[in-house]
Ligand binder design. Structure first.
Ligand code: LM2
Ligand code: CA
Length: 452
């Protein structure tokens, strides 16, 4: 398949959900680049309907790059700044549909629109009218309906038409001209894979593609049929990982990945949560789970399956609420930990990005589990992680790492920089063993990129 996992050694994606462009730019320089993130995923940049909710961004009214997140000039400058920091940019791209209000109105940047009328872009003949009640998708067991009816009333583009495909490709080519490196294709399940392939063939150059196809048991449209176009999100991953932490056993993670019926690792894109699952899927681990969430991300970043995205969020109690700084519908800068959760900066998560980069390509070896919530494994010759999610500490145990002898920074509890470690140091002996105590619901991680 034409799939391409994000390239480069540093290929963890940080999804800075709802961050404005100037804030993304400064985060690339201050944190994402230095911590080893290879990509930032940004919210949809096109003009959208007005409103305070986060989801206005998922209702395009034109393809002008003018939105609550910032202007075209700010977007362009952000891409350049991130590139200078060694961080590539993936854009959340909304191409299945336009807006959802029946009434129409004026968009964020002043464009007027109707439900099936976007002057100069699309007219009524460019949309599907599926003829089912309210033109709405209701039966996910009906392939045709899922791709030709409307998702929550959003006017559904005729992606089989060459004009529509060309118009979408023109938008994506405009983004490519500004230097973007990849696209998250929103609502991919609602477009036939062949339509996405046709749009992709009109792009001016190659780009990373990750398609959002939510797995649903027994549904006719599955994530596997999209892998010819690029990566596909493996939604089972975050749900199953949460279930292991919440109700079952970490010991079962021994063969986590393809053996669980998932997509092939090379085309799978995974996360603990994303902006939708953190709101709408019960049981999924999110920032609200604090330490457990950090451990789940540590596991994801240490375990070689799929390409990984770290979600970065803001606190919410109402699922529709926009981000804190945007309460007055203004574009203000993001300030971490003041309503913005900034999970990508949490010590455990940010340091495990370094673990991921240092262990890339090394096979899992030396798996250990106690049958329940205490697990450990190495990435051959490069790193070692043990997670103790038992309710009690595990004391006085030795761990076989197979790592070169030496002194390693425990990157769960400390940060390695300029050759020193701000936390505990783990000593691996000449036989490849270390001894340490692991508190309840805690972990130890060491790798060759953080060796003293
Ligand atoms: C996606 N992937 O396929 C996004 O990840 C998801 O966040 C989007 O839904 C959805 N598809 C459409 O792009 C969000 C949000 C919805 C919201 C839509 C459109 O989860 O709640 O729908 O964006 O903004 C809202 C209202 C809904 C209303 C609709 C149209 O909640 O009740 O439908 O607007 O006015 C009548
Ligand atoms: Ca569609």
């Amino acid at each position: 398949p034409a799939a391409a996992a994000p390239s480069g050694t540093n290929n963890v994606i940080a999804n800075l959900f709802e961050w404005n462009w100037p804030s993304v730019a400064s985060e690339c320089t201050s944190t994402l680049g230095p911590k080893g993130y290879g990509y930032v995923q940004v919210s949809p940049p096109q003009e959208h309907v007005r409103g305070n909710q986060w989801w206005v961004a998922y209702q395009p009214v034109s393809y002008r790059i003018e939105s609550r997140k910032g202007t075209r000039a700010q977007f362009s400058s952000m891409v350049n700044t991130c590139h200078a920091a060694g961080v590539k940019v993936i854009v959340d791209t909304v191409i299945n549909h336009m807006s959802g209000q029946d009434a129409g109105g004026t968009g964020w940047a002043g464009s007027s629109y109707g439900h099936y009328n976007y002057p100069g872009i699309y007219q009524s003949q460019d949309f599907h009218y599926c003829g089912r009640p309210g033109n709405e998708i209701s039966n996910y067991n009906d392939r045709w309906e899922v791709q030709n009816c409307e998702l929550v009333n959003l006017s559904d583009l005729k992606t089989e038409s060459d004009y529509v495909r060309s118009r979408i490709a023109a938008y994506m080519n405009d983004l490519l001209s500004l230097g973007v490196d990849g696209f998250r294709l929103d609502a991919s399940k609602h477009m036939p894979a062949a339509d996405i392939a046709a749009i992709k063939s009109k792009l001016s150059r190659s780009a990373y593609i990750v398609q959002e196809v939510i797995y649903g048991a027994g549904e006719p449209i599955g994530p596997g049929e999209y892998t010819g176009n690029g990566d596909v999100h493996e939604f089972r991953y975050g749900k199953d990982l949460a279930r292991m932490f919440n109700n079952e056993r970490l010991a079962y993670l021994k063969n986590f990945g393809e053996a669980w019926g998932y997509l092939p690792s090379g085309t799978a894109a995974v996360f603990v949560d994303n902006h939708d699952t953190q709101r709408d899927v019960s049981g999924v681990l999110t920032y609200q789970n604090r330490g457990t969430y950090a451990l789940a991300n540590a596991f994801m970043l240490a375990w070689p399956y799929g390409s990984k995205t770290v979600q970065s969020s803001y606190t919410f109690s109402n699922r529709d609420a926009g981000p804190p700084s945007d309460a007055n519908n203004k574009t203000r800068n993001t300030t971490c930990y003041s309503g913005w959760e900034c999970e990508h900066r949490w010590q455990v998560i940010a340091n495990m990005v370094g673990f991921h980069n240092a262990t890339k390509g090394a096979a899992v070896a030396n798996w250990y589990d106690n049958g329940y919530q205490h697990i450990a494994f190495s990435r051959t010759g490069k790193g070692y992680l043990t997670i103790n999610d038992e309710d009690g500490a595990v004391n006085g145990r030795s761990y076989y790492t197979g790592l070169p002898a030496g002194r390693y920074c425990d990157v769960i509890h400390g940060t390695f920089s300029n050759g020193s470690c701000s936390g505990p140091v783990i000593t691996v002996d000449s036989g490849g063993w270390f001894a340490a105590n692991v508190p309840a619901h805690d972990a130890i991680a060491i790798h060759v990129g953080a060796k003293l």
